[in-house]
Design a binder for this molecule. Sequence first.
Ligand code: FEO
Length: 401
Amino acid sequence: MECRLTVSDKIYWIGVNDRETTLFENYWPLEKGVAYNSYVINDEKVAILDTVKFNKTSEYLEKIAHIIGDKPVDYLIVNHMEPDHSGSMSALLSKYPDMKIIGNKKTFPFIKGFYGIDRNFMEVDDGDTLDLGHHKLKFYLTPMVHWPETMMTFCETSGVLFSMDAFGGFGSLDGGIFDDQINYEFYEDETRRYYSNIVAKYSPMVQRTLQKLGGLPIKAIAPTHGPVWRSNPGEIVSLYDKWSRFEAEEGVVIVYGTMYGNTAKMADYIAQVISEQGIKHVKVFDASKTHVSYLLSEIWRYKSVVIGSCAYNTKVFTSVETLLSKLANSGLRERYISVFGNKSWSGGGVSGIEKFVEEVRWEKIGESIEATYSPSKAEYKALKALGKEIADRLKSEYRDK
Ligand code: FEO
């Protein structure tokens, strides 16, 4: 298969789809697969930008040969060393032994360490350029977005920004590779799930990078996962800006952990009250049924978070504990939080969530509500008041300005 980036007749997508791997990084569900995008610029000199995961090497080499024929590959530009993008590097070097491997000084220890490759290195620094004949490339170092060696390559001739994982998302590319050829909403959601789980811890570095790239005349963004953003690249840049500034939409995410349904009943009741107050985006999740990656993505989107847990061996219920740990590690800020839960004898669920609230310092809405056994009438009354307070706070934030 051959796909051409229309902004230039010499730049080709040579990515592959992976629908066999069930867990990205052996943890994040890939319900709709993932694409490992790589690109070749078939100019007087041939340059490839990043490779693909090792399980797709043979298909990948075939695609390259289909485009460049008997020509050699002159350069492999390594924007990112994570093995989903560097896994075919050794095979590529074996086939094209004179190929120069372009990276920055942080790149090469990874190459030596992962693959034992110790030759053909060509080091570039921030702002260095490379002339392929017609196409002129410029390198931008973007450390810690989201590994130390990460960088981006801008093609000044075509206006394509090769952005490695930034602006990328989960989901295989089923036919179309451009944002105007695919279900935009699905890929926007999966791009946010990728951002919130893989990149977001480094949001301040993302902000720095957006400022650095701010003046570039970008016509298309070509990441290493997900669609190529060509119809309006400014739109995905603005989403990245919003996500990395922790900006949120009006809405509530309620997540609960329950063993026998009492905490679930409390969650549903709070959701009903908030909805009755006119808040349209209210999403309720059982933490044991929905993978934490989706929870994080939803929480990244909406302003108000309500977390409930039963007591479980004097602690927070296990699936909720996983969420709290992931949230604390993500560095997310500027959310409202409310707490509820249930106990029978020892407690520990609600107090565990309160410790999390102290750690992340989000603004707490309402007092924590902890039912004993099944929620009583008085506790339902307290939940009603909490739901109203959450809705009022959101309305004053988003509507009363
Ligand atoms: Fe898609 Fe950071 O690897």
